[in-house]
Every structure is written in structure tokens, then in C-alpha cells.
Design a protein around this ligand. Structure first.
Ligand code: ADP
Ligand code: MG
Length: 732
């Protein structure tokens, strides 16, 4: 009867004795390993004819169209390089709307005159045709028109994934339909990068900067995750199926002591991190920072930033490599936004900036007043983007998992606001009021028309509670979920900033046509948009209740549940902006909207079913077993009545009563959960069903666990069938 519990205890025993990784002496990082499994610039220069190399570089660096005449040469060089490294297969590596990456392996084999040879042709490099019918499309395609193409994205380097019996050459690609519709997450991201480049160049030109030929979006993603022993993971159907614990009592000690944050890293974890980083280095991912996070067994890894599409690819690679290497170390890596209730969840901080092709960061205040004015235009355009399209940004981070984290104690609420820091805020306020900024020696320069700030770079004040913070040279969008692809958020953000830049540029040009200098015009325009965007700026504590009230007064949306937040996607003004910027076609928006609805609904359905299943097949039997033990004790005591005082078994009866009460509460909550599931079954309208789940099912699932968690605190430990929080979060 207590097979499960004894299994649990034997696992604990095993981890305690074997969990450590044998220390093999200092091995150190070999810097020469960096990028050895990527078809990078150095390899291209070595292996490609000069003119081919140059043409490919023009495509990569300047965003020129790929010259198809070089495809065969590049493919051949890539194949030779890969085969030399033990590669047998290639795949186009792309990002369908699942949020994961997809691959379909093909061998280099071909039959030539009846003989098998290894060949990789230009058209195979450039284009692939996986069967697209089984990828989510949100109704964009029916099965009979399921043709989808993958196309090589030369701006992200091809890489080799080492397999146990041979490597796989992965070719980063976009995924589009027969009619040119984007089926993936990368195509819109690339389009948004084009949009911002186009719009930002116009601003640069107005400021007399003619050297730049392109503006580049850069991102750096800080990734949080949990690690637990794999044995625990496999004993928890909820973790395996849904990524989070659907029940589990809080441990007596959790994170109250803040003793995990930046603490020294356990050797078993360090060994994992070092192995994972080695793998990432080989793949050209510059993992730079690692540390313990706030919650027990929670960690973070951050690479050096890169161009947005490369950075997004790398974040996918990071998530995959972390999972794979953890598995090798007998660990399970949890990417869910809230694996453990009442314990901090995990997010992904998305650092975002733009720089010109000359290498100048456009969100860097700069040294001269002119540079500062230009900086302020980009800064205020970003404010305008967040103010105008905060709903879209909220939508871009919406998922069933992230709903548990936003607005809890560890993450910003669903209200999107911007933190700028004191100095920048003062400067904006002064411009708004037409006030001459007070003389603070080193950051004021008299331009003659107004006092203009020379903004120092070290923006040192920080506000960890803000969802969108200026952190000097970049904005940090902190509300993305830990398991999410960063593509959509960056697509929306860049698109919205591009749109704001267009609108501000038109204003600037008009004002200059009226006879004003660029400086005068810029100040006027800044004044207008600083005023307009004031409601989005917030420097206080985003976690506080006062802020929720204040935000409501300011008219900022606070949509807590994905089932409702997704509607921002199909809001007409939002769609108009996305289409105006050439980022999505209308049909692409609806297909994504529907896909997201489906994903949300399915996630909740699976959670609800898993929960009820676990209650019925694991929790109830344990509760009945303990109930029986107690009954035996009580009966036995009653039999001894002559010897014991009357009512001697009162304590036992009280415990029994508590169990009976919790069992019936748990049965009720499962019934309620199942009722909503049934109601949902009859609904065809995805939008309505998502709203029903958002309004009823999500909350029910949060409450339903309570009786189960109470039972965990009553039932004998050796009857409890599931690893407990106190084990999963403290035993490694
Ligand atoms: P924090 O103190 O917030 O952790 P870090 O300096 O560690 O900040 O940077 C966090 C991330 O921001 C890193 O991935 C880093 O490469 C990235 N980052 C730095 N500069 C830029 C930039 N200009 N554009 C995009 N990301 C950047
Ligand atoms: Mg940071």
C-alpha cells in the first residue's frame, strides 16, 4: 500500500548518497572551444572563395537579398565542414508557433548513378519543405493546403548539435506558407527589425547622421530556471505533464531568509552549469553571467547581447541545452513560470536596444547636446510605444504559466509601466514644463535656445519592481515568462517603437518646414510627447496595492488573465499599427490569436484533468489509508474502554474528522473543476471558452488545491505519495 511513499524515501536515500558529482580536478574553460560548432565568420572566410564570402557577408551585414548563385558553393563548404565534424544529417531549424523549435533531419545521402554519395545542394540549404499540416496555424491553413516552406536565414549562423551517434547540422530558418504567410515566430521578428531600421534611419538623417546605413535591434536575455533531482520530477505527474506542481504544501522554510540569492553555488549545480556553458560556447552562445536566484534551487544564466534574431535563436538554444545537460546530470530543469506555489517564479528579462551600423547605441545619451536630443527622441519614442501599445505588450507576454507569476510577489503586475530613474525623469519633466533645467554643473550645457542636459551614462538607480525599466543604454522588459520565446515581445516592441518614430518624424519635419531648426523642433516635439506619455511613467513600487489603484486612475489596463489579455491582439488600432509597419498581415494576426487561445485553453484543460486525476488516484488513496489506520486505532481504544478513560480517543477522532472534512472539500472542488470542463466542452467559440476558463477555471484550480495541501500536513509522511516541496527544493 505504501509502495509510492517508500519509493519516495528510497529516492531521498539515493540522492543523499549519490547525488554529488565526482570532482575530477580543475579543468577550466577552454576559450578555443568558443564557436567551434558554428559556421561562423572565421570558418566562412577560411572555406569560401573570396567573392562568395563577400556576397554572403553583404547579405548578413547589410541585410542584402541573398544572391542565389552562391548557394551551391556555400552549401558544399558547409557540408564539407560539417562532415569533418562527424555530422551525418542536416535540418532546417525553425520556430513554429508552439514556442519551441522544430527540426526534421535529412541525411546528406543521395543516389548518383546507382551509387550512394554524400551531397548537399544549394537549394537544400536555402529552402526546405516540411509537412506543415501538424503545426499550429490557428486556422490559417487547412490540411489540404498545408504546404509550408522553410527558408535559410543567413544572418543567424548554422550550427552543429552533437548527437550520441553523429552530429546534426542545424540551419536557422524562417517558416512560411505557400502564399508567403509567416507561419513562424521569426519572420515577423525580422520584419520588425526592418521596420525599426527604416524608421530610425529617418531620425538619424534629420539629425545629420548620414553615415549609418542600417539600424540594428539588439537583445540580451536573462533566463531564470529551477533545478530539482530528476527522480522527484518523475514521481510528479503534474510537473511532467504541466510543468508545475498543481498541489503541494508550503515548506516550513522557503525563501524567507533570502539566503539563496547570489549564494555560493552547490557543486552539483556548478558542475551542471559548467557543462552547459561548455556546450553553449561550442554553439557560439556567449553565456556570461550565472548566479543563484531568490528562490531555493532557482538560478539564472545570461549571455552577451546580440542582434535580435540571433539573440532570440540563442535563447531557444539556451533553453534546449540547459534541459539536455541537466538530464545528463540527473537533474530536471524547470522552465515553467511558477513551478511551486508561494515560491518565487521564473521570468526572462529581455534587454533591448537599438544601435546604428556604425556601432553607436542610440539609447546611449551621448556626449554632445545634439546627440542628447537625438537620444531623447528615441527614448520618448519608446515611451510612446509602451504608452500607446501597452495592451499589445501585455498580450505578448500572456500565457497560462505567466498568469501565476505576474502580480504575485516576485514579478511586476499585468500593468505595463516604465521606470526611467530620477535623473532622466527630471530632465523630461523640465522639458515638458519648458523649464530651464537647474544648473547641475556637469550635465547642463547651454545651447542658446534652452538649457539642455548632457546626460551622464551611469544611470545607477534601479527599480526591480518595474516591468519595463531604462537601465542605461537599454530598456529591460522584465515581464516575459521564463518558458516563452522572446520573439513576439520583441516583434511588438520594435514595431511599436518604429511606428512612434514615424509619427514623431512626421511632426519634426512639419515643425522644421515652419522654419524651426532641428533643435527647436525636437524640443517642441519632445514636449508634446512627454506630456502625452506621462501616465505610463512610474517610479514607485509596482508590487504595491497603491499602484494598482493609481494605475486604474491613470486608465492603464490591468488584465490579469491570458484568456482576456489576448484580445489586445485583435484590437483594431493595434492591428492597424502592426499592419502599417508591415509586421503582420491581418490573417497572420488572427492565426496567432487563435493559436494562442488554443494553447491557453489546452494548458488549462490539461492542468484540470491532471489535477483531478492526481487527487483521485494518489491523494484520495493516501487519505483513505490513513483514515483506516486512525479508525483501527480508535476502534482499538474503544475496545479497551475498561482500561482507558471515557473519550480517550478524542484526539484521534478530531484528526479523523479533519481528514473526512478535507476529503469532502477536495471532492467538491474536483466536481467544480470538472463542471467547468464540461461547460467548456460544449463551446465552439475559442474566444468565449478562453474567457470562461480565465474567469472560472483558473481561479478554481488555485483554490482546489487547498484541501489537498491541508491533507499533506495531516497524513502520515510514509503514506504520502508525492515528493514534497521541502524535498524537491532542498535536496540536491
Ligand atoms: P543587469 O545588471 O540588469 O543584470 P547586465 O549588464 O548584466 O545587467 O546585462 C544584462 C543583459 O543585458 C546582458 O545579456 C547584456 O548583454 C544585455 N545588454 C547589455 N547591453 C545591451 C544592449 N545595448 N542591447 C541589448 N542588450 C544589452
Ligand atoms: Mg538585468
Amino acid at each position: 500500500m505504501s509502495v509510492n511513499a517508500s519509493t519516495r524515501h528510497s529516492i531521498l536515500y539515493k540522492i543523499a548518497n549519490n547525488g554529488h558529482v565526482p570532482f575530477e580536478g580543475l579543468q577550466g574553460q577552454k576559450p578555443s572551444q568558443f564557436g567551434i560548432n558554428t559556421f561562423n565568420d572565421r570558418i566562412m572566410r577560411e572555406r569560401l572563395p573570396k567573392d562568395t564570402y563577400k556576397k554572403l557577408q553583404d547579405t548578413i551585414r547589410r541585410g542584402d537579398k541573398l544572391d542565389m548563385s552562391i548557394a551551391n558553393t556555400v552549401a558544399h563548404a558547409m557540408k564539407e565542414w560539417a562532415i569533418g565534424k562527424g555530422v551525418t544529417h542536416f535540418t532546417h531549424w525553425f520556430q513554429p508557433q508552439t514556442g519551441l523549435t522544430a527540426e526534421k533531419h535529412d541525411a546528406f545521402l543521395e543516389v548518383d548513378n546507382g551509387e550512394m554519395i554524400e551531397r548537399f545542394k544549394g537549394d537544400q540549404l536555402v529552402q526546405g519543405e516540411p509537412d506543415a499540416s501538424s503545426f499550429p496555424s490557428g486556422g490559417a491553413r487547412t490540411t489540404f493546403e498545408a504546404r509550408g516552406y522553410t527558408m535559410w536565414d543567413p544572418s543567424s549562423p548554422a550550427f552543429i548539435v552533437e548527437g550520441p551517434k553523429g552530429g546534426i547540422l542545424c540551419i536557422p530558418s524562417v517558416f512560411i506558407s505557400y502564399t508567403g504567410e509567416a507561419l513562424d515566430k521569426k519572420t515577423p521578428l525580422l520584419r520588425s527589425m526592418d521596420a525599426i531600421s527604416r524608421s530610425a534611419l529617418k531620425v538619424l538623417q534629420l539629425f545629420g547622421n548620414t553615415a549609418a546605413t542600417r539600424v540594428i535591434t539588439t537583445i540580451g536575455t536573462e533566463q531564470e530556471y529551477f533545478l530539482i533531482d530528476k527522480a522527484f520530477y518523475h514521481m510528479r505527474p503534474d510537473l511532467q505533464v504541466t510543468g508545475r506542481t498543481l498541489l503541494g504544501a508550503a515548506p516550513p522554510k522557503d525563501q524567507q531568509l533570502d539566503d539563496h540569492y547570489f549564494g555560493s553555488i552547490k557543486e552539483r549545480v556548478l558542475a551542471f552549469m559548467q557543462d552547459a556553458e561548455n556546450e553553449l560556447y561550442k554553439l557560439g552562445v556567449p553565456a556570461k553571467t550565472r548566479h543563484n536566484e531568490v528562490a531555493p534551487h532557482q538560478f539564472e544564466i545570461a549571455p552577451i547581447f546580440a542582434e535580435a534574431n540571433v539573440g532570440a535563436d540563442r535563447n531557444q538554444i539556451i533553453m534546449e541545452v540547459l534541459k539536455k545537460v541537466a538530464n545528463r546530470h540527473g537533474l530536471a530543469l524547470l522552465l515553467h513560470e511558477k513551478p511551486f506555489a508561494r515560491i518565487n517564479g521564473s521570468g526572462k528579462h529581455n534587454n533591448w536596444s537599438i544601435s546604428d551600423s556604425e556601432g553607436n547605441n542610440l539609447l546611449d545619451p551621448g556626449k554632445t547636446p545634439e546627440q542628447n536630443l537625438q537620444f531623447l527622441i528615441f527614448l520618448v519614442a519608446t515611451l510612446r510605444a509602451v504608452h500607446q501599445y501597452g495592451g499589445l505588450l501585455r498580450m505578448s507576454i500572456a500565457s497560462a504559466g505567466n498568469d501565476h507569476r505576474l502580480g504575485a510577489n516576485e514579478a511586476p503586475p499585468a500593468i505595463i509601466s516604465v521606470f526611467l530613474g530620477k535623473r532622466l525623469s527630471t530632465i523630461l519633466d523640465d522639458i515638458k514644463e519648458g523649464r530651464k533645467t537647474k544648473k547641475v554643473e556637469d550635465y547642463i550645457i547651454d545651447l542658446g535656445i534652452s538649457k539642455l542636459p548632457s546626460i551622464l551614462q551611469d544611470n545607477t538607480d534601479r527599480n526591480r519592481t518595474s516591468p519595463f525599466a531604462f537601465t542605461g543604454e537599454k530598456f529591460e522588459f522584465r515581464a516575459i515568462g521564463s518558458s516563452a520565446s522572446v520573439s513576439l515581445s520583441n516583434t511588438i516592441l520594435s514595431g511599436a517603437v518604429a511606428d512612434s518614430l514615424d509619427i514623431m518624424t512626421a511632426d519634426l519635419e512639419k515643425t522644421m518646414d515652419e522654419g524651426h531648426s532641428i533643435e527647436e523642433a525636437a524640443l517642441k516635439i519632445l514636449q508634446k510627447y512627454i506630456k502625452e506619455t506621462e501616465p505610463i511613467r512610474f517610479e514607485g513600487n509596482n508590487y504595491s496595492e497603491e499602484w494598482e489603484k493609481e494605475a486604474e486612475k491613470r486608465g492603464l489596463p490591468n488584465i490579469r488573465k491570458t484568456g482576456r489579455a489576448l484580445d489586445f491582439f485583435i484590437d483594431q488600432e493595434n492591428m492597424d499599427m502592426l499592419m502599417r509597419q508591415g509586421i503582420f498581415r491581418e490573417s497572420e494576426i488572427f492565426s496567432r490569436y487563435n493559436t494562442k487561445l488554443e494553447q491557453y485553453i489546452t494548458a488549462l484543460e490539461i492542468e484540470a484533468q491532471t489535477f483531478c486525476d492526481m487527487v483521485k488516484t494518489k491523494i484520495m488513496p493516501a487519505a483513505f489509508a490513513y483514515q483506516k489506520q486512525l479508525l483501527d486505532v480508535i476502534r482499538g481504544m474503544n475496545d479497551m474502554q475498561g482500561m482507558l478513560e471515557a473519550g480517550a480517543s478524542q484526539t484521534q477522532q478530531r484528526i479523523l474528522k479533519a481528514i473526512v472534512d478535507q476529503i469532502s472539500a477536495l471532492t467538491d472542488s474536483c466536481d467544480k473543476v470538472e463542471d467547468v470542463l464540461h461547460k467548456g466542452e460544449a463551446m465552439d467559440d475559442l474566444g468565449a471558452k478562453a474567457k470562461l476558463f480565465a474567469d472560472e477555471l483558473a481561479g478554481l484550480l488555485d483554490e482546489a488545491r487547498d484541501p489537498a495541501d491541508q491533507l499533506e500536513g495531516i497524513i502520515a509522511d510514509d503514506l504520502w505519495p508525492l515528493p514534497k516541496y521541502s524535498e524537491m527544493l532542498f535536496v540536491l
